[in-house]
Design a binder for this molecule. Sequence first.
Ligand SMILES: Nc1ncnc2c1ncn2[C@@H]1O[C@H](COP(=O)(O)OP(=O)(O)O)[C@@H](O)[C@H]1O
Ligand SMILES: [Mg+2]
Length: 173
Amino acid sequence: MQRELLQKTALSARALRTLGWHLGGRCVAGEVIALSGPLGAGKTLLTQALARGLGVGFDTRVTSPTFTVVQAYEGRLGLHHADLYRLGSADELHEIGLFEQSVDGVAVIEWPEHGAGAIPEGALWVFITVEGPETRGVRFAGDEAVLARFASALGAGEEGVDPRVYSHDGDDP
Ligand SMILES: Nc1ncnc2c1ncn2[C@@H]1O[C@H](COP(=O)(O)OP(=O)(O)O)[C@@H](O)[C@H]1O
Ligand SMILES: [Mg+2]
């Protein structure tokens, strides 16, 4: 059953990076995170910070996989970063084999709506809304288990966050 109970408003880019870091730290093998929101919402920015929280080295550039569809990175768990913007259909997503590739790792998916029906049941859905030029709202949806796993990430502060997450060097979305 899908439940929706967690949300936060007025998040700065810095706050979104903090959130991404904490999401990465909480991922388990087989995690699927669907990032929904309009162009420029901060899906890639959030993924970059999530990658660092997942242990992807700071010397590895994490960029938008718009043209490659899926980009893989090594971390504590393997990260498979997908952007379905150019995807024709959900069938194509099955052909790519994203979820087979990421079964022992983490799949983070931008534009998950373009793979409608193919996103697994247990996924965490993160809806990002643009509230103003510099502020975003974030809403979590998913089943009870996944929400329980990630609930504390939404309120977590900067304590324990590697400060390099906040430097844009080489990591502009
Ligand atoms: N509060 C915020 N949260 C996230 N990004 C923000 C925020 N304010 C401004 N931005 C800017 O919005 C852009 C988000 O880009 P990106 O992550 O590529 O979006 P998406 O992948 O959703 O298209 C970045 O240039 C970022 O600096
Ligand atoms: Mg993007």
